[in-house]
Design a protein around this ligand. Sequence first.
Ligand code: ATP
Ligand code: MG
Length: 331
Amino acid sequence: MGESPALQVRGLTTRFVTPHGNITAVDGVSFSVTRGETLGLVGESGSGKSVTAMSIMRLVAPPGRITAGSVLLNGTELLSLDEDAMRQRRGTEVGMVFQNPMTALNPVYSVGWQMREVLRAHGQLMDVDARIHDALAAVGMPDPARQAAAFPHQMSGGMRQRVVIAMGMLHRPQLLIADEPTTALDVTIQAQVLALMKRLTYERGTALLLITHNMGVIARMCDRVAVMYAGEIVEEAPVDELFARPRHPYTQGLLRSIPRADQTRGQLPSLAGAPPDMTRPPSGCRFRDRCDQARAGCETHPELYELAPGHRARCWIAQDMAAAVENPNDR
Ligand SMILES: Nc1ncnc2c1ncn2[C@@H]1O[C@H](COP(=O)(O)OP(=O)(O)OP(=O)(O)O)[C@@H](O)[C@H]1O
Ligand SMILES: [Mg+2]
């Protein structure tokens, strides 16, 4: 959209101190999201996606701690706000949707009661019922008055996740963070809920940070993608560019692991090996041990390198290839 970013994250670093060693779960992560844009954050389990989200919300609990970086929300530094000011922004300026709607909803209270509390917590006492009904209608609830009176267990999983999205969007936040929002739903419902979230955030100019390990979801939903591996962003590009020209061998592996319609279950290619032990991350390129293209030089840690406008990769091989294309006579 070419605007100044709603969210700008710079050098974000979050560390856990555990008896087994220190884990830098998020290590110098930088990205931005503009209004109405969807940025996908993708990577294997344990790569640091959720800790990134929790760090932006300042909800990392001890033994975790943000040790460096900057999180600007419309120019305001969230990391230096006091806890009261931060609490005010959670829910109003930043909404969040988690994987399991039951953790976001209280089973003892009706949906409408819980939405009223969200409004009340931020001092919004006018037209409460009308706002709740509007919010439920906006996520496709056929009979908002009836659904507001219902309890979470009386709803299907898909309906519950729609309620959670309605709650996350109740204050029309500038930023919505959705962490695996549809993983618990079956495929058809998943597609509906994703389409709904895309439409709502686009129409309202909300910046959407969408966390998933599913490249298919990324393809359908995102404008740009950041790929995480072992706490770092290893590649970032516009979505079409990433799918057409993945430059990091890890991204190439992730793309090969997308289920295809002509493959039956059990035959899906997947990435060989496991992510590194994060208490002792390897020096140099962290993907080196699993990389089928690794060579001498990869034991030095690569920086994110701009290969083309908006396309960055943390890989020596990708850098060399880009340089060779730019300066063909050097070879
Ligand atoms: N409370 C904690 N104590 C110690 N280490 C933690 C804690 N929470 C997360 N970590 C570590 O931080 C790293 C990143 O975890 P994170 O939950 O962000 O992964 P993820 O990318 O969201 O994975 P998934 O796809 O499984 O949700 C992991 O290596 C994990 O071991
Ligand atoms: Mg996670």
